[in-house]
Design a protein. Structure first.
Length: 122
């Protein structure tokens, strides 16, 4: 699993925002095959969408698309809760990725750690 921290920092807003590393949401529950199918540009588009999605309202999908590869996807936070054991804010999310015309869907949970990074918890 991806139990370790998988965050990277971005500047902007009121201090740095954390985002799940490119491909981590996908790799966490769809298998490494899907994440490996994304090129570096796909991963950059996806990473921006992940950063936005983890900071938006529940059920507000965030789409990404790479016009060069034709690959695309959406990330939709579906529920926000607080982990009773750790106090961390967690987001359940759904994702859909289209690679070469093939659609893959998945579901997972990411929790925000004290330093602002997100970690995949399931």
């Amino acid at each position: 699993g991806l139990g370790g921290l998988v965050g990277s920092k971005f500047g902007g807003g009121r201090g740095p925002l954390a985002a799940v590393a490119a491909g981590a949401l996908l790799g966490g529950f769809m298998g490494n095959e899907v994440g490996a199918s994304l090129d570096r540009a796909d991963q950059m588009y996806q990473q921006r969408a992940q950063n936005t999605a983890l900071h938006t309202a529940d059920w507000q999908p965030v789409a990404w698309s790479n016009p060069d590869s034709g690959n695309s996807g959406t990330i939709t936070p579906v529920r926000t809760m607080q982990n009773a054991n750790t106090g961390e804010v967690c987001r359940e999310y759904q994702t859909s990725v289209t690679i070469g015309g093939r659609v893959e869907q998945g579901y997972g949970t990411a929790c925000r750690t004290a330093d602002g990074a997100w970690r995949i918890s399931s």
